[in-house]
Design a protein around this ligand. Structure first.
Ligand SMILES: *Cc1c(COP(=O)(O)O)cnc(C)c1O
Length: 425
């Protein structure tokens, strides 16, 4: 049987193209030219050498994970302006853990009860309808029921009114979920400051999903400044940390509850590192392995995330933005040239000034637009290397290309493969 060990020999598998790293080639797994962005299903982001070095260094010695999380939390608190912080295995894990904290607080019995909250009073989380999204499964995973308020609207959004939230909050409310999705007025949702003001009057925490809302760097602090009780970010997107990492920042009491529901709790009450919490009456005893145990984080991820986060804050985002703009321009120019004689295709360059995300849109017009782009996307999945493109507007006959995960050297192959896929009937 073959053994699949990492190697720098560069030996390639006969079924993969020359640019494929040896490890993937030996597995027969084709490389992806990623013009879709920091998507989890494509591997998140590329880690800087400093991040990888931190992970290697961390793996050489043992530490107590709770000590490492406390130290990491101090770094996250400093960077976000929050009282406390925690490293999770991703933003989705942050939503699960954050919700679990809002439900259970310091109640060790309730931590054990989750996700069966049928006999628990505070078992609901309020969310504005326009904020519903597929990641809120992580919130529901704790056993809470989502209570929807506000509209989604047609032909224009029916905005949530402040009293909709005010009246919805009651004795069953464990938290309010607020998702960063862009301009609240366009979405028809209450802004975060409006939401946190109302929730605070009822003493109810607000959890913010800001997973993909970086850059700008200022967003690391913005949600806490606007009153969020907890905010989660992905470590494996723009921060450039390990794919399976994320940040949770917020109230110290909630972060403590997160730790209690995340750590490996095979402990003896008399020798538990946090036995002071029993002595001072915070918890009745060490909770058992909690709902968060299934999304554990290694010390390598914690170390990598911290280095990536400190680099992210210090990085020259203006220069990085301009280089992404330059790659987007190169792609647009290349495609205009390569597709000059292809009918019904137009190329649009977005400089990204509006949303920090330069991109190129390839638009097909005509009655068969949708079928043509679907055909092209599927052909790009059959090439070697594979080309991954943004499919958010597939139904309108558009694909988008993001420079976020591309190097300049990827552009010629990308242009050739995309043009080839569109030129075929
Ligand atoms: C990516 C994303 C998530 C999940 O983040 P992970 O770090 O991959 O767990 C959650 N919510 C939103 C809005 C996202 O874009």
């Amino acid at each position: 049987m073959d053994t699949f060990t990492a190697s720098t020999s560069g030996a390639t598998h006969p079924t993969t193209s020359p640019g494929t790293p040896g490890l993937y080639a030996r597995l027969g797994v084709r490389r992806v030219i990623n013009a879709a962005g920091t998507l989890t299903r494509l591997g998140g982001s590329r880690m800087a050498p400093e991040v990888l070095a931190a992970m290697t260094e961390a793996s050489r010695a043992y530490v107590r994970m709770e000590d490492l999380q406390v130290a990491a939390g101090a770094v996250i608190a400093r960077v976000t302006g929050a009282e406390a912080g925690y490293v999770t295995s991703g933003a989705a894990a942050g939503l699960l853990l954050g919700t679990a904290a809002c439900v259970a607080g310091d109640d060790a019995t309730l931590m054990e009860t989750m996700p069966d909250l049928s006999a628990v009073t505070r078992n609901e989380v309020i969310v504005q309808r326009a904020h519903r999204n597929s990641y809120d499964h992580a919130v529901r995973g704790t056993g809470v029921r989502l209570i929807e308020i506000g509209g989604v609207g047609h032909p224009t959004p029916v905005p949530t009114r402040p009293f909709d939230l005010d009246r919805a909050i009651g004795p069953r409310t464990a938290a309010v979920l607020w998702v960063e999705m862009g301009d609240p007025d366009t979405l028809g949702v209450l802004s975060l400051p409006e939401t946190t003001a109302i929730a605070a009057r009822h003493g109810v925490p607000v959890i913010v999903d800001a997973a993909a809302s970086l850059p700008p760097v200022s967003n690391l602090r913005r949600f806490i400044e606007e009153g969020a009780s907890l905010v989660c970010f992905s470590g494996g997107k723009a921060i450039g940390g390990p794919q399976a990492s994320g940040i949770l920042a917020g109230r110290a009491d909630l972060i403590r509850s997160v730790a209690l529901q995340h750590q490996d709790m095979d402990v003896h009450p008399e020798t538990w590192t946090w036995r002071h919490l029993i002595a001072d009456g915070t918890v009745d005893g060490p909770p058992l392995q909690g709902i968060g145990r299934a999304c554990k984080v290694g010390r390598e991820e914690i170390a990598g995330l911290l280095v990536a986060l400190e680099r992210f804050v210090a990085r020259d985002h203006e220069t990085e933005f301009r280089s992404r703009q330059a790659i987007a321009s190169m792609i647009a120019e290349g495609l205009r040239h390569a597709l000059a004689s292809t009918g019904g295709v137009s190329i649009h360059l977005d400089d990204g000034v509006r949303n920090h995300r330069p991109s190129v849109t390839v638009a097909i017009d005509g009655p068969d637009a949708r079928a043509r782009v679907i055909g092209a996307v599927n052909r790009l999945g059959d090439t070697d290397p594979i080309v991954a493109v943004g499919q958010g507007a597939l139904d309108r006959g558009r694909i988008s290309l993001s420079p976020a995960c591309l190097e300049e050297t990827d552009v010629p192959d990308l242009v050739q493969l995309v043009a080839g896929a569109l030129n075929r009937p």
